[in-house]
Design a protein around this ligand. Sequence first.
Ligand code: XLS
Ligand code: CA
Ligand code: CA
Length: 439
Amino acid sequence: MSTQPTYFAEIAPITFKGPDSTDELSYRFYDKNRVVMGKTMEDHLRFAVCFWHTFSWPGADIFGAGTFSRPWLAGQMDSAAAAWKRREGFDFIQKLDVPFYCFHDVDVMAVATNAAEHQKYLAEAVDDLERLQGETGRKLLWGTANLFSHPRFAAGGATNPDPEVFAFGAMQVRGALEATHRLGGSNYVLWGGREGYETVLNTDLKKELDQLGRFLNLVVEHKHKIGFNGTILIEPKPHEPTKHQYDFDTATVYGFLKRYGLENEVKVNIEANHATLAGHTFEHELAMANALGIFGSIDANRGDHQNGWDTDQFPNSVEEMTLAMLEVIRAGGFTDGGFNFDSKVRRQSVDAADLFYGHVGAIDVIAKGLLNAAALVEDGRLDAFKKARYAGWDGEVGKVATSGSLAEVADLALSKNLNPQPKSGGQERLENLINRFCY
Ligand code: XLS
Ligand code: CA
Ligand code: CA
């Protein structure tokens, strides 16, 4: 085993070569230094590579074993193999030239068999990550803890009927939160991997929701105690692996945060494929998060229009990304958040280069989406249409409707003998307008 990264040796660093470039491993639209609406593309998009799909997943599915030959995964995931993985991972991120990465505790460390080992191996990994960050100039977008893979979490982490699992989860989350803080991470994510149920027959819903609310309060309290200034994010998902997950979608998460007094402390990390699993569009979830004041960050990927599950494919639709970027711009852009590629290559994409093709294409699609969305905003027609649609609220009836009593509003309708008529919502015209900027 070499102490230098070798797995991606055949791939040259990826650079911007412009829209006419014929080099399939170059950026055509992602020009990190280009200024768009007052910010560089790098600062707008804040791309991150995830450790789990990209360096930890062997290409297995529920019917078959791993198809990839990532050499660091070949034997036991001991300290040496974990160090090898981290080293190759940082080499990939540096060659892709994105500023950030994301990890779960277990993605970056040796396999632990108990709580003490967990703490020891995580500490070892964090020392090394700190060194790698220093050497490569890459930063942590977010850290998280995996409370779903180990069999002990089959019935959930914080929502487990067994308080020992709750305690084990607290140990892991404290460790991952403190690691994120030490590594200068911008956010800490909680995805409720198995915080849900398989059947209500054996589930005390109220108790489990209260456990989850308490757990999240403990995390927020600890964040303040250690002085972590990043954002705590919940990542909604409606189901998979459990039949029903409590963090179903953005609106549900907001209701949960309100109930447990955390709506000013926690935001959401919106994943495109989770939005579609919940029966929403990606832009719906982004717009909803913005409307509720809890937009935080994005996990970039896409589902498959014919399959119902979480396929985590790389985004490849400029139209979808234009619609998404419009909502990101409307939300004022990212502060702590960014675009994390929670995307994985298909199981037959076994070459080291395939990991680059996946990321490079997706980065360009999102960059083009940003350029299109910025052009749409600068054009102004889309926003002007929306504004005109609600203009009545600035008039006499609108003002009374905003602040009068029910009787005052009703009486106004009578005194004016109102008979409002439908007005065009202009959907086709607006859809055409979007397409004008896409092609
Ligand atoms: C799984 C989730 C997971 C979170 C981090 O569906 O997307 O990967 O992003 O725990
Ligand atoms: Ca995700
Ligand atoms: Ca997913």
